[in-house]
Design a protein around this ligand. Structure first.
Ligand code: CMP
Length: 144
């Protein structure tokens, strides 16, 4: 089934000037870009986005990392987008990620891991709506 996922190229990806390389790898893997923007997350937006992690001991650090510079939310479409994108990026901890995955290639550690990918279709829809309105996606390319 063709579906969507939300990727975020995180602040470390931007700082390391890896935007081009990572997007190229995403497109080579057959993902279609439906929406893309560069934003600087506010503390409130970051807290809202990562609300599921609010009780975790790494939450505070995660929020300061995600607000430390611009990032790029990207709406992607492909057959089994969520699962396929998670395969492409590799495990959260780059030390455990498979060879050739984006995190294995570029990530520093479990927190500064270059890229986010939604973990289910349900969360993908919620996460996409954090950054993109239906109208916006419709205006960009006719899909809503
Ligand atoms: P992400 O896939 O965006 O989902 C939650 C993020 O929290 C994760 O990538 C990492 O950036 C961060 N994270 C997850 N687990 C840990 C951990 N054990 N320690 C520090 N940061 C983590």
């Amino acid at each position: 089934m063709t579906n969507r996922t939300l990727a975020i190229l995180k602040p470390d990806c931007v700082r390391k000037e890896l935007i081009g390389k990572v997007i190229s790898q995403i497109q080579s893997a057959g993902f279609r870009i439906l929406g893309l923007k560069m934003v600087r997350l506010t503390e409130d937006t970051a807290k809202g986005f990562y609300e599921v992690h609010k009780e975790r001991q790494f939450f505070k650090d995660l929020i300061s990392y995600m607000t430390s510079g611009p990032c790029l939310p990207i709406v992607l479409e492909k057959e089994n987008a969520v699962e396929e994108f998670r395969k492409l990026i590799g495990a959260t901890d780059p030390a455990k990620a498979e060879e050739g995955t984006i995190r294995k290639l570029y990530a520093e550690n479990i927190q500064e891991n270059i890229v986010h990918g939604s973990d289910s279709n349900e969360n993908a829809m919620k996460e996409i709506s954090h950054f993109f309105s239906r109208r916006e996606l419709l205006e960009i390319n006719g899909w809503n």
